[in-house]
Ligand binder design. Structure first.
Ligand SMILES: NC(=O)c1ccc[n+]([C@@H]2O[C@H](COP(=O)([O-])OP(=O)(O)OC[C@H]3O[C@@H](n4cnc5c(N)ncnc54)[C@H](OP(=O)(O)O)[C@@H]3O)[C@@H](O)[C@H]2O)c1
Length: 347
């Protein structure tokens, strides 16, 4: 019977996904490098487990050989995705993860041919970053096939988890990114601001180097992409300051201090239940045509668990697309509407 591996199952998001998987009657094999923690979780949910470090290629290959695909939840993925994807290619198993890192999407896109040759799918970003926004991007492209520029924005991420903070801290000081004429370009942190009408709320957004700068290009072919989010005024000042102090944030001693201060865990069940996320997007073409749409959904980590498992369930039924894929490229813009509680409107 088809099954999958959750690697990094004992992390905040891995555990949430495991819990939701158990509620759906799924029995993934749990894995991670901390044997005691993974075993405890596996016992709690009556699941099998494997404990190994990502540097142990033999154990990694053996674990993948038992399943059809991996849902990789151990990040920062710039440190963990390469050994996992290479093992997937060796063992001809599909690869999914919950990254949001542009550099990871691009590195995995470069493995497209290897994935096609192996007959497997490589689909990073099956969480909040990027499933909802990728579907919105594809929807806008479907509405305006001649689009040459795409702007996306999201709002409502509440408390963020340990791993998200660790990943953001690692990338702090690297500035921003946009896509121009098909090429990813570095821009200063908080490069641009603009007013965004999310429907229920109107906010000032600021550019951030979100995963869609990489992925929306593969999903839509639109060559110019910017992504905005909403940050409190104080954080906006810090972001702008990081333009000048970025080099300092990136040094090993400062990183070590900052990483140690990040608290474990993430939003509580109550916080997740109360949370809401808002997405907005606009596509334009060179003739001056413009389309605008909005999407509404649940809190970001709940969304991550729901989208990751929705894709996992498709893959368990053999529904996949060989090669490097983005969620909307393989499953279409309406994939997100399969998640109960998500809605979309054209403005
Ligand atoms: N795309 C999205 O929307 C989305 C949503 C949620 C999370 N994320 C990303 O997912 C990642 C995990 O977030 P989280 O908050 O769940 O993290 P977390 O609570 O810190 O857990 C991280 C997990 O990864 C494992 N891990 C970390 N580095 C590893 C390595 N080098 N080798 C093997 N295992 C390693 C940890 O193992 P130990 O316990 O042994 O340290 C732990 O199981 C982050 O990169 C975050 O940005 C993305």
């Amino acid at each position: 019977m088809a099954n999958f591996l959750i690697y990094g199952a004992n992390g905040y998001t891995g555990e949430l996904i495991t819990r939701f998987a158990a509620e759906r009657g799924l029995k993934p094999i749990l894995a991670g490098r901390n044997a005691a923690k993974v075993e405890e979780l596996a016992k709690k949910f009556g699941m099998d487990f494997r404990a190994f470090d990502l540097s142990d290629a033999a154990k990694l290959d053996a674990a993948l050989s038992e399943v059809d695909f991996v849902l990789h939840c151990a990040g920062p993925f710039s440190l963990t995705s390469e050994p996992m994807v290479e093992a997937c290619l060796r063992t001809r198993r599909h690869y999914t993860d919950i990254t949001g890192e542009i550099s990871v999407f691009e590195a995995l896109a470069a493995r497209d041919k290897a994935a096609r040759d192996a007959g497997v799918m490589i689909m990073p970003g099956v969480g909040f970053d990027v499933v909802p926004s990728d579907c919105l991007a594809r929807h806008l492209k479907d509405r305006l096939p001649s689009a040459t520029s795409l702007t996306l924005a999201f709002y409502g991420l509440g408390r963020i988890s340990h791993g998200t903070q660790a990943t953001m801290t690692m990338n702090a000081g690297k500035g921003g990114a946009i896509r121009r004429d098909g090429v990813i370009e570095s821009v200063p942190a908080a490069w641009k601001t603009r007013e965004i009408d999310f429907g229920e709320v109107q906010k000032t957004g600021v550019t951030i180097p979100w995963g869609d700068v990489a992925t929306a290009f593969y999903s839509t072919g639109i060559p110019n992409i910017e992504v905005y989010t909403i940050v409190p005024e104080q954080q906006l000042k810090l972001l702008k300051l990081s333009r000048y102090l970025g080099w300092l944030l990136a040094t090993a001693p400062v990183q070590s201090i900052l990483q140690k201060q990040i608290p474990a865990g993430g939003p509580s069940d109550e916080e997740r239940e109360k949370g809401k996320t808002y997405l907005w997007g606009e596509a334009r073409d060179e003739a001056g045509n413009r389309v605008e749409s909005r999407q509404f959904g649940m809190e970001g980590y709940t969304m991550t668990a729901l989208t990751a498992l929705s894709i996992a369930e498709k893959m368990l039924k053999g529904n996949f697309c060989a090669g490097f894929q983005t969620p909307a490229k393989c499953y279409g813009a309406d994939l997100i509407l399969e998640i109960e509680g998500v809605s979309r409107e054209d403005v």
